[in-house]
Design a protein around this ligand. Structure first.
Ligand code: ZN
Ligand code: ZN
Length: 131
């Protein structure tokens, strides 16, 4: 039913503070993203594999997994006419965020309420509270 919809594309991107990315779309919607959520939905092969692996209770953090300060985006570059890559402060930059993916990750109240496919909050979090 979306077949006749012209392809959505971002018309402008801007940072809001250190935490948010705002994307204005060709349909007028302004989507709101936290960098943390974008990173935890990184579509590159190794992050996808990481997310699909069952939790390993004996998992030992490798040096690159130990957070060194807050994760920041250092660059965001267009890929063709369909996607962006985001380079992160920890050196990771292989994820290609297609416009469809970015739009589906919108965290504005409107999209969050409309979405039925999103997993419950916290289910993808890797930050387990210490007891
Ligand atoms: Zn990745
Ligand atoms: Zn939205």
């Amino acid at each position: 039913m979306n077949a006749t919809r012209p392809q959505l594309r971002p018309v402008s991107l801007r940072k809001e503070g250190d935490e948010f990315l705002l994307i204005e779309w060709s349909d007028g919607h302004v989507s709101r993203h936290t960098w943390r959520n974008l990173r935890s939905n990184c579509p590159c092969a190794s992050c996808r594999e990481e997310r699909q692996r069952p939790p390993d209770p004996f998992h030992i953090l490798k040096p690159h997994e130990i957070p060194r300060g807050p994760l920041r985006p250092v660059a965001m570059k267009p890929v063709g006419y369909y996607a962006y890559t985001i380079a992160w402060s920890d050196g990771h930059s292989t994820g290609i965020y297609t416009f469809d993916l970015l739009r589906s990750l919108c965290e504005c109240p409107q999209c969050v309420n409309n979405s039925t496919t999103q997993s419950p909050p916290g289910s993808t979090s890797s930050f387990m509270p210490q007891s």
